[in-house]
Design a protein around this ligand. Structure first.
Ligand code: AMP
Length: 940
């Protein structure tokens, strides 16, 4: 509603003059939050005439409706609004009271008691002072209507209202939720906070459970500190409440029917969570501290990166817990966790997210500093990525390594402000009040389950030691650490409170401390709810200890393939295709009928169809994956009449695997991390991430370095993710030519992943099928084509698809006389077709061309077979489009040398070394391209 219109309406109505100010104020309050005015007033404001211009546009009938409404209220004398109209002075005060309530809902958190150390310098918020609203001491004793404030009765003395507001909004909980636009959500939160004044009111057994959590958290750190002095453990101390908090979340989730929870967290407090929440045996952890380890393959990882899985018993049933392995790069684990959750939800057919819940634990500097957090918030409601909300916990110890000055770490009031971009409610809570922590944790779980959206708990605490235990924090935070030294531990504060209120005796408290220490001495699991795993739904054993060159069933009956080919071109007549798409599908019909050779898009689609027919899942995300960046895929067909979509791949068999092809949010890092998480939790199907252009993968480098290439080596976690990265030098400039092949090759060792450059439709078909049919689960990195998608020579037959298999090396195809060959050129990708074309045109018969379609693991055996006829040749050339310092030349050269006959020479034909991946001038590109082809073919 436009302010000017409101003014005009007021001036023309019987409410003009003195009444108008207070109505205007009330209207302002209504605009900020409709629930802040009484329901009668809401009806009035809701029914005000619609705005479509200036005040003159308001029809007179609307005025009279409003006027009549007021009159009827006044006459009946029954409603609050009516009394205000008839007693404007009192009503003006009433409006002020409602505004005071509203102010607490909006800004109470700014004066809440959140910092356990009491160091936060917070300006007092004038709107929270009754005097600011013109409410004086006399008013304190007057009764006012409480409007929608959900505490006590409809009317209360102002003094009681103020007390209730302070308790609810300015105590140990700072609730930020008025930025949410959905009234139901706000009301729901009010109904949870206000009736109990933000207090938990737990029975003794829950209080004891909370104390046990704090006792375990502190006991564990003290024990480690005494047993392994100076060893890095990234102590939780100061944030001890995380342990009872996690446990309360698990209990609550279990009661709500959650079956699996995936947790992501960085170092801080991780060992504590591992032992005191997930139930890792302390003896195992102590062995790790002592440097012992099992004789396992791989590099292993430090103990505070380790993941863990277990089941946890709750009164509502057992819950499977999985703590994700994570690297040092803070926050990047979060999209991995969400991806893992989505895979589990998909497997369970759980659409509302209730059965599997993510918990992500953040640092205060990291959540605000790392862009990946924004990316995951952005994903939280996006179709391909949503999981029904995440519980996001910030261990806000007010310092990031050595940086704590507010001015240095962020530009916002709270570290959690980023969450407002998705209107997530944010609950700041003083970690020294563990009951408030437990209360808000339960509320968070319920909110997530009710509204399927992210919710943030900002656990405001401190860090008792330095960043790690070898650090001296007072070097950089002298005042904070002087305070911390004198500050009692959370366990002590809470134990004293329970003793004081006679909930527990001092002896019991001492008993708890001793019993916990004894159980650590014994080394056995200290979590009484721990249960051996039975709830996880995937058996990984078929995929363990597999190799890339294991034989597998690549071929299938031609009849079956023909049948699939017909299915994927079958589109309902009512689904009107765009003309270019219709042409592509018309061609596909001809391909299915065997009248035209199979092109890339058709072969790729057939690969998916065959996997789906085998009842395996296919998931593809990328920035344009439905259509394909280069207009080749068209897996998702858009009806030109009504915009609806149709996926032929959803109709390949009566019973088939599920397929999701979703255009992703415009991110690389979080989407790739999500898909990594998905693929590490779902080995059965095919999971693909496609970059729009290959160079975009740069933005996801951390995922490639820290998860994809090294996850198996570090953590024994297998991942069969496929990455399609468009790559090829077509004169599109430095940014859209290269998927940085060299970077992947540099990361290759221990057969950690496969790097392929398929050059024909049959090859892409077999490569994709192999990734599922063969039981090895390792990442597949594909330099996928652009111009080759429509190259007249890059075609295959249905028979090659049905009866062939993936060829790691493709030997010379033309009928050359091998004995006359004097030079052999190796290459990968589209340059092959340029070499072939020129050799044919120039009628060169003494140069053979071999394609290396899999650069890693290097296919020595296939290479030897392809070179069998060329053992007399002394002149071998590696030809590439990329500059010399890029592409495969430096990283794969040793394999080429090993493949060529003894005494032969290997030389390079390609672009000169260059700092940029490609040149920006089309003419220069063409010249360079011609030169490298000529050089490979010994043409001047
Ligand atoms: P989770 O459901 O993630 O807790 O996993 C349960 C168990 O499955 C783990 O303890 C592992 O033994 C196994 N597992 C899970 N994910 C993988 C993976 N990506 N690679 C190998 N084994 C896995």
């Amino acid at each position: 509603m436009h302010q000017g219109i409101m003014k005009a309406w007021l001036e023309s109505s019987h409410l003009s003059g003195s009444n108008s100010t207070y109505v205007e104020e009330m209207y302002e309050a209504y605009q900020e939050d409709p629930s802040s005015v009484s329901e009668d007033w809401q009806v009035v404001f809701d029914n005000l005439p619609a705005v479509n211009g200036t005040s003159q546009d308001i029809p007179e009938t609307a005025h009279s409706k409003v006027r009549d409404y007021f009159r009827s209220l006044a006459l009946e004398g029954r409603a609050k609004g009516a009394s205000r109209v008839t007693d404007p002075e009192l009503d003006a005060k009433q409006v002020k009271v409602l505004q005071l309530i509203n102010a607490h809902r909006f800004r109470g958190h700014q004066n809440a008691n959140l910092d356990p150390l009491g160091l936060w310098q917070r300006e007092s918020v004038s709107e929270l002072d009754p005097a600011f609203h013109g409410l004086d001491a006399e008013d304190m004793q007057r009764e006012f209507n409480t409007g929608s404030f959900a505490y006590g009765s409809d009317t209360l003395k102002l003094a009681d209202i103020v007390k209730a507001l302070k308790s609810t909004y300015c105590g140990s909980i700072g609730a930020e939720y008025m930025h949410i636009t959905d009234t139901d959500e706000k009301r729901w939160i009010q109904q949870r906070l206000e009736p109990s004044l933000g207090k938990a009111n737990y029975d003794i057994s829950t209080k004891k459970r909370i104390l046990e959590g704090l006792n375990a958290a502190e006991g564990m750190e003290k024990y480690l500190g005494a047993k392994f002095p100076g060893a890095k453990r990234f102590s939780l101390e100061g944030g001890d409440a995380l342990v009872p908090m996690m446990r309360e979340i698990l209990y609550r989730a279990g009661e709500a029917g959650t079956k699996e929870i995936v947790v992501g967290m960085a170092h801080r407090g991780r060992l504590n969570v591992l032992v005191n929440v997930l139930g890792k045996r302390p003896a195992e952890l102590f062995d790790e501290f002592a440097g012992k380890h099992d004789e396992v393959q791989g590099s292993g990882d430090v103990k505070y990166h380790q993941g863990f899985s277990s089941d946890f018993e709750t009164p509502g049933g057992n819950v499977h817990l999985a703590l994700a392995f994570n690297p040092s790069h803070l926050e990047i684990v979060n999209p991995v966790v969400i991806g893992s959750v989505r895979a589990r939800q998909d497997r369970r057919g759980c659409k509302d997210g209730l059965q599997v819940m993510p918990i992500t634990i953040h640092g205060d500097s990291a959540i605000t500093g790392q862009g990946i957090v924004q990316e995951t918030f952005n994903m939280s409601q996006a179709r391909g990525f949503k999981v029904g909300g995440s519980i996001r916990i910030v261990i806000n110890n007010q310092v990031g390594f050595t940086t704590s000055n507010h001015e240095d770490v962020r530009s916002t009031e709270y570290c959690t402000d980023i969450a407002k971009m998705v209107q997530a409610p944010i609950f700041h809570v003083n970690a020294d009040d563990p009951e408030a922590v437990a209360f808000i944790s339960q509320l968070a779980v319920d909110y997530r389950n009710e509204f399927k959206r992210d919710v943030v708990i900002d656990l405001v605490c401190y860090r008792r030691h330095g960043h790690n235990e070898a650090d001296e924090p007072s070097a950089t935070q002298p005042l904070m650490y002087a305070k911390i030294k004198k500050h009692p531990t959370p366990r002590k504060i809470y134990a004293d409170r329970l003793i004081e209120e006679s909930s527990i005796s001092a002896d019991d408290v001492t008993g708890l401390v001793n019993t916990y220490r004894d159980s650590l001495d014994a080394g056995d699991c200290v979590v009484k709810e721990w249960r051996p795993m039975t709830l996880h739904t995937v058996d990984w054993t078929p995929y363990l200890n597999r190799e890339w060159d294991e034989s597998y069933q690549a071929s299938m009956e031609l009849e079956r393939l023909n049948n699939l080919a017909q299915k994927i071109v079958d589109i309902p007549e009512s689904h009107k295709l765009q003309s270019r798409v219709a042409k592509i599908y018309k061609d596909r019909v001809s391909m299915a009928d065997g009248e035209k050779p199979v092109d890339w898009g058709f072969a790729e689609t057939l690969a998916y169809a065959s996997i789906l027919e085998d009842k395996k899942r296919v998931r593809i995300t990328g920035q344009d994956s439905g259509r394909g960046t280069f207009f080749h895929r068209h897996a998702v067909l858009h009806n030109q009449n009504d915009g609806t979509t149709y996926l032929p791949l959803r109709n390949v068999a009566d019973e088939q695997g599920e397929i999701d092809i979703t255009d992703s949010v415009l991110s690389e890092a979080s989407v790739l991390a999500f898909e990594y998480g998905y693929a590490t939790a779902e080995p059965g199907g095919l999971t693909i991430w496609e970059a729009q252009f290959g160079d975009f993968v740069n933005c996801a480098q951390v995922v490639i370095d820290q998860f994809l290439s090294s996850g198996e080596q570090k953590w024994g976690r297998l991942c069969g993710l496929t990455m399609l990265l468009p790559h090829g030098y077509e004169g599109q400039g430095p940014e859209h030519s290269s998927a940085r092949l060299e970077r992947f090759l540099q990361l290759c060792a221990n057969h950690n992943m496969q790097v392929c450059v398929p050059s024909t439709p049959a090859q892409v078909y077999h490569m994709l099928r192999r990734q599922v049919v063969r039981p090895m689960r390792r990442p597949l990195v594909v330099m996928s084509p652009k111009s080759l998608l429509r190259h007249p020579l890059a075609v295959s037959t249905l028979d090659e698809l049905a009866n062939g298999s993936f060829q790691s090396v493709i030997g010379e195809l033309d009928a050359l006389d091998a004995s006359k060959v004097e030079r052999v050129v190796f290459c990968s990708g589209k340059v092959y077709f340029e070499l072939l074309d020129k050799r044919r045109k120039q009628e060169i018969t003494n140069i053979a061309i071999l394609r290396v379609e899999q650069l890693y693991p290097f296919p020595q055996e296939e290479m030897q077979a392809a070179l069998a006829d060329y053992q007399h040749v002394k002149d071998f050339v590696w030809c590439q489009e990329e500059p010399q310092n890029q592409g495969a030349w430096y990283c794969s050269q040793h394999h080429f040398w090993a493949a060529i006959p003894a005494g032969a020479q290997l030389t390079y034909a390609g672009r000169e070394a260059s700092a940029a991946p490609a040149c920006g001038y089309p003419a220069l590109h063409a010249r360079q391209q011609e030169e490298l082809i000529n050089s490979a073919l010994k043409l001047s």
